[in-house]
Design a protein around this ligand. Structure first.
Ligand SMILES: [Zn+2]
Length: 444
């Protein structure tokens, strides 16, 4: 199954790279060390490495050298919406954000619900600067009516399935999908939203939606599906991953389920711990996202969930929309915001967590959920050790920068963080031994 990880150009066998003078931080601990990479592999980690002549030197003084980040939730828009993003441009944005792997969501046009569609994305990703893992759809065309050929997709290496963009509305169909997924050893990921409760809501239902006259969707639209799926997980024994949890109620449900021992995991998106529904006050559609921005109390609960281990991963929900598509009245604009290039910096700036915890949430824990870690035959999420494939992220934790949406690598500009000052930045990214980002510049 390791076949699926052959995206990327691969490198001419012998080029050497030395990451010099940093502090290596991974799941095994923290130590000052240089990292020597030859070809696509880490060959030495230590304080006395002697690189071969001609090695590329990456300065990491004052920096943290970590396993590459892994994003569980990326919308690459290809095929079908190439004006918004492509596999290539999205992967470049990922590299700049420190990610060496992304999970591509299946809500493309056509949907990634067939072997042909999945192979097409793998093909597009062969020259990308990050590994692109595909999430397959649970149901054909994400229509929620009949199951996609999950076995065939699993055969191609698909490890995670979701109808993201919508939740699977039918409990009966979801139960069948869970039973099927368990047999295949794959994970279902749910976008928790009950359509009958969400209705045509365009933001969180609360004081701000009333004041602004924008139709709201209540927190309970998310929470009833979390609760339903926990009941289904309990009765089937299947694993479930909850996408972008955004409410205090959802976080509480997952916390109790984990205490009970259910095999569930969850992610949160940076915008749900950095922005609130008050951002909609100017009717700027850049703040429209699904699930919607929530009040301060929910933001606090998401942070608490990240701190206490209820939430396992920070995932971007990077959702590019071309300017002409996004520039509509708030209630008509498509939901979604860019995330790949700001996620790590937002976490470092806004979360009161040790850096190693943030790396756990953004590298090795999501790698395990996506089935991309060493334990499952992949090579994402570390540890940084001789013999491993060199997927590395070098972070300057003290660098400050101001977000300029026009300077992002995405084909779209819909970042809600324009003008925001952030602390902590990706300096270099190494993907399969290739320095794809050097000093915050994409190399190709
Ligand atoms: Zn979603």
């Amino acid at each position: 199954m390791a076949e699926r990880t052959t995206t990327g150009t691969g490198r001419r066998g012998t080029q050497a790279v030395v990451v010099r003078g940093g502090t290596v931080v991974d799941q095994t601990g923290e130590r000052p060390a240089d990292v020597l990479v030859v070809g696509d592999r880490v060959v030495e980690v230590g304080t006395t490495v002697s690189p071969p002549r001609g090695a590329v030197e990456l300065d990491a003084s004052g920096c943290v050298v970590s396993p590459g980040l892994v994003d569980l939730h990326t919308h690459l828009r290809q095929p079908g919406r190439e004006e918004s993003e492509t596999v290539e441009s999205g992967a470049r944005a990922a590299s700049l954000g420190g990610f060496t792997a992304v999970v591509a969501m299946p809500n493309t046009e056509p949907t990634l619900d067939s072997a042909e569609a999945v192979r097409n994305v793998y093909e597009l990703a062969t020259t990308a600067t990050a590994e692109v893992a595909v999430a397959g759809a649970i149901t054909v065309a994400r229509a929620g009516e009949r199951l996609a050929p999950m076995a065939e997709l699993a055969e191609l290496g698909v490890r995670i399935f979701t109808d993201d963009g919508t939740g699977v509305q039918s409990a009966g169909l979801m139960r069948r999908a869970l039973e099927y997924a368990t047999g295949l050893g794959v994970t279902l990921a749910q976008h928790c939203e009950d359509a009958t409760l969400a209705g045509d809501g365009a933001m969180h239902e609360g004081a701000w939606s009333s004041r602004l006259g924008i139709p709201g969707m209540p927190a309970v639209a998310e929470e009833v599906m979390v609760a339903r799926d926990l009941a289904l997980a309990r009765s089937t024994g299947a694993r479930i991953h909850f996408l972008h949890l955004s409410t205090a109620g959802s976080v509480g449900l997952v916390r109790r389920a984990k205490a009970e021992g259910l095999p569930v995991t969850a992610e949160a998106a940076p915008h749900h711990f950095t922005l609130t529904d008050a951002c909609a006050a100017g009717y700027d559609p850049v703040f429209k996202v699904n699930p919607p921005l929530r009040p301060e109390s929910d933001v606090g609960a998401v942070k608490q969930g990240l701190a206490d281990g209820t939430i396992d991963a920070i995932a971007t929900d990077h959702a590019p929309h071309a300017p002409e598509a996004k520039d509509l009245p708030f209630d008509q604009a498509p939901p979604g915001m860019l995330g790949l290039q700001t996620a790590l910096s937002l976490a470092l700036t806004e979360l009161d967590l040790p850096l190693v915890r943030i790396l756990a949430l953004m590298s090795w824990q999501p790698a395990a959920i996506a089935g991309l870690d060493a334990a499952r035959g992949g090579n994402q999420g570390g540890p940084v050790a001789p013999g491993s494939v060199a997927n590395l992220c070098v972070i300057d934790p003290t660098a400050t920068w101001i977000v300029d949406p026009a300077a992002l690598a995405s084909r779209s500009r819909n970042s809600p963080y324009g003008g925001r000052s952030l602390t902590g930045r990706v300096r270099h990214t190494v993907f399969r031994g290739e320095p794809v980002v050097i000093d915050a510049e994409a190399q190709r």
